[in-house]
Design a protein around this ligand. Sequence first.
Ligand code: ADP
Length: 576
Amino acid sequence: MIQVLHISAECYPAAKTGGLADVVGSLPKYFTNAGMLSAAIIPKYALKWIHGREWVTVYGGSVWVNWRQWRFTVQQEAGNSLGYPLFVVDIPGLFDRPGIYNDASGAPYGDEIERYITFQQAVLDWLLSFPWQERPRVLHCHDHHTALIPWMVKHCPAYQQLAPIPTVFTIHNGQYQGAFGWNNGNLLPPYEAGARNLLDWNGIINPMAAAVKTAWAVTTVSESYLYELHQNSLGLETLFHQEWRKEYGIINGIDVHVWDPETDPMIHHRLEDDHIQAFKSKNKRVLCEWFGFPEDAPLISFIGRLVGEKGVDLLPDTYRRFIHSGTRACFLVLGTGEPWTQNQFRTMAHQYPGRFNAVIDYNEALSHQIYAGSDFLIMPSRVEPCGLNQMYAMRYGAIPIVRSIGGLKDTVPDIGEPGGNGRGIRFDHFSVEDASSALYRAVSMWHNEPGIVAFLRQRIMEVDFSWEKTIEKYVAVYRRVGATVEPDKAPPPEIKEEAPAKPVAKAAKPVAAEEPAKKVAAASPKPKVKKLAPGEKPPAPETAAKPTKRIEKQSVSEEKPPAAAKTKRKATAKKK
Ligand code: ADP
């Protein structure tokens, strides 16, 4: 029996634009490994990974949205390749598109409200078909796309049978609340008259606010971020104050099987026998040859969405100042986002060859290589609910340079802090001055204190960011809201196909493998390294994501997670 059902718009590797996918892709895996069968359900987008898998229809139904009936099927991945059941909701006409949120030009789909309201209702309709004793013990909703579920199960008569199931809502990003005007209120399922106020915040329908009001528990992806939401959450501050009793900050973990320097098939040189120095310098050489950088200068990289939230607007001036000062360091950027930022980086790549380069693309494989080959990773974020990049960087021996905010504050103590547990370099103010002085600290340490750099690398690569510790905190929250989640020794149930008598009569038809997923070779070939022109994309490792233009969120293409990485780097592993 599924104990926890994660309901989300993204799940790695099926559909990813950022950290939400990574988290929803790993939580059910770690829960299932701990004996608590968990599953994830997302919409069925027309993405490569999804099309490359075989799906079995387990349910068919329909929902009404504003007098329009949407037929849908719920399908389960037949191979169970993620180690837990992954379900997709196939709603022809709404989600069978090649982007997650945006079309190929980067513009958001105009019917986002209708798409996610339909998806949420379809999930609930499916859950109603479960015998009550087989229903999940917790419905765990992630971000605003699924934020109406806690409200729907409590206040929409159609779904009230599900009301006894505790709902937990996790905020991965409070900047996007999914708000829409009351003129679209007719898209919602019928609800009790008194429930209108629960949807409303400042005169509009705000799904995130509705979830904070109605979910049994609300979590954020770090403790500091919970505190910050109380200070500034685009108008929801008083609501967060009001509901503080049910709020918990739980820092994310990372999937240490996907992100394992000893087995990662996306990097050119893996960590062997704990030779960290060799691992770093060989991978750095690859990047230096691709991007035309000297190897005897520190390489400082940025990976992420090129948007204000990530603080990238600070980088051009900071880098220019640094480069003009003559200090020896090189800078690399990987990301997509706001056009003016992209253009600035493109221009700088031409202005400062050998010192700066940028890849304006979403490229999962290249990101792994950058974590492995960089000396430092910079994250000057304005807002950072948790941030995963700094944890991936540490696992791959890249020292983080971060702004003291949200999850960055919780995971990267400064090396100058008392206690001697530093992991990186932090700066407080969002200013070119503060960012520059953090960079100077990093660069001078690299040039003058190689022993400290080596020591720090070893320390950060040993930090245990795995989910095992984190899931205990989620279990505690589930139990606090009365959900009886506990290790279940019974084997996971077999996939049952939809009975023919279900509302949608179509026979279960596995999706044809239109574009068979590329198998990630156990040992990826080492492509010949060639120097790139400024701004040119690297000869992407064979698993590289297909480039597409996106503004705010970018979807990943096919990447099979590294097959069954057996070895988890132990926090106690000895290093040389
Ligand atoms: P976000 O706010 O974007 O979700 P997170 O730090 O939580 O930020 O997660 C970002 C995830 O997306 C990481 O796995 C990071 O490596 C990945 N990522 C972001 N931009 C890119 C890119 N251009 N190419 C490859 N991976 C990217």
